[in-house]
Design a protein around this ligand. Structure first.
Ligand SMILES: *Cc1c(COP(=O)(O)O)cnc(C)c1O
Length: 398
């Protein structure tokens, strides 16, 4: 098929829910992807924070190919070593709890909400309130859509599950006012990704922890975007020195093979019994073989230090760009390799102009350019993306 035929097929055969860019991608290598004409792009979206080891990573490809040749799937009614290995690596990295594997971020959050409710209901039948933040993003299933504090995603899909309330992010008084003995859980992203790369203060997250302890509410951190080394710590919560009771992961966890996971403290895990939760595909051998490679690679000090260094370098380049275009760029935010640049107008045209010049970035919350590249990026790649951005921006200064 030609590109035009693919666009036509998509229009005819695929649900029109994605505002796609007009390129057809063919393959990738490291931090680069190539379209069907062989044009090369430096990829600073990384499949939306998924391709943490970049594209065509030798160890990841080898593990997936070998596992595919051995056994792609078997039911969770049986044990496999690859699943045991992946779960052990995760509990070692978190330092607490028990793991459950699903297939996506939304599914990980669904599981987290379920265990929090089940735990809370062992204390009181009225303890069911789930508090989340405005501008949060937690997924597209009905419960996670309801958890997502953005009405635009919810409109038309009601009735939504009951028991969800929303508070302003990084505002401890607002949370304190809303919490009571009937709060089952507080669910937050340690850094809001989709909502525009918002970093809260450590003090706020510490006070959230204290409030959850006071009311015996479950603290859930959604680390689907911020986890797997992206912040420069394996879990972003370690940047802030605050441990949750439940943490959810997905995106980067298996480097691109669909997977999701939640880790829950033993105290909460104890309320679950055989039959209380499940998944046909979740944690299957193929996904776990991929996760094993990612966890072994990302979960070490030297790798995380690299992420931190590259993040610092990129942030300083973005700050320099802000200084050069003070009327266009409002703010640069983020830690490690989750960075955002807020501009004073819609960002989609800038994203398209960068694409034209061979750089893939994206725009979230309308006017925040977001950078979530593979974690294996080097300075030369950061320079490439920043040079292109710097060349593109003058056309957008008023
Ligand atoms: C992407 C994302 C999700 C949803 O993950 P899916 O795999 O698309 O279901 C949930 N929470 C956060 C913070 C995310 O970034």
């Amino acid at each position: 098929m030609t590109d035009e035929q693919i666009y036509e097929s998509d229009k005819r055969d695929y649900l029109p829910v994605f505002a796609r860019y007009q390129i057809v991608l063919d393959h990738g290598e490291g931090v680069y992807v190539y379209d069907t004409h062989g044009k090369k792009y430096v990829d600073f979206l990384g499949g939306i924070a998924v391709n943490v080891l970049g594209h065509n990573h030798p160890a990841l490809v080898k593990a997936v190919a070998e596992q595919a040749g051995k056994m792609i799937h078997c039911s969770n009614l049986y044990y496999t070593q690859v699943q045991a290995d992946a779960a052990e690596k995760l509990t070692k990295l978190s330092g607490f709890g028990k793991v459950f594997f699903g297939n996506s971020g939304a599914e990980a959050n669904e599981g987290a909400i379920k265990v929090a409710r089940k735990y809370a209901h062992t204390i009181s039948p009225d303890k069911s309130q789930i508090i989340t933040a405005l501008h949060s993003f937690h997924g597209r299933t009905l419960a996670t859509l309801t958890a997502t504090g953005q009405p635009k995603y919810q409109e038309g899909f009601g009735p939504l599950p009951a028991g969800f309330d929303y508070v302003e992010y990084n505002n401890i008084e607002a949370l304190e006012k809303m919490m009571s003995e009937n709060t089952a859980a507080v669910m937050l992203e340690p850094i809001q990704g989709e909502g525009g790369v918002h970093v809260p203060t450590a003090e706020y997250l510490k006070k959230v922890r204290a409030l959850c302890d006071k009311y015996n509410a479950v603290l859930i951190f959604d680390e689907i975007q911020t986890g797997i080394g992206r912040s420069g710590e394996f879990f972003a919560y370690d940047k802030f020195g605050v441990k949750p009771d439940v943490v959810t992961l997905a995106k980067g966890l298996a480097g691109g093979v669909p997977i999701g996971a939640f880790i829950t403290s033993d105290k909460i895990a104890d309320v679950l019994h055989a039959g209380d939760h499940g998944s046909t595909f979740g944690g299957n051998p193929l996904a776990c073989a991929a996760a094993d490679v990612v966890l072994a690679t990302v979960g070490n000090e030297a790798f995380l230090k690299h992420v931190e260094e590259m993040g610092d370098y990129m942030k300083s380049r973005l700050e320099a760009i802000k200084a050069k275009f003070p009327t266009l760029v409002k703010e640069v935010r983020g830690v490690g390799l989750i960075l955002g640049m807020e501009i004073n107008k819609p960002g989609r045209d800038i994203v398209n102009a960068c694409l034209e010049k061979g750089s893939i970035i994206n725009c979230t919350a309308g006017n925040v350019l977001r950078f979530v590249p593979p974690l294996i990026v080097e300075k030369e790649h950061i320079d490439e993306v920043c040079d292109i951005l710097e060349a593109v921006l003058p056309a957008y200064v008023d």
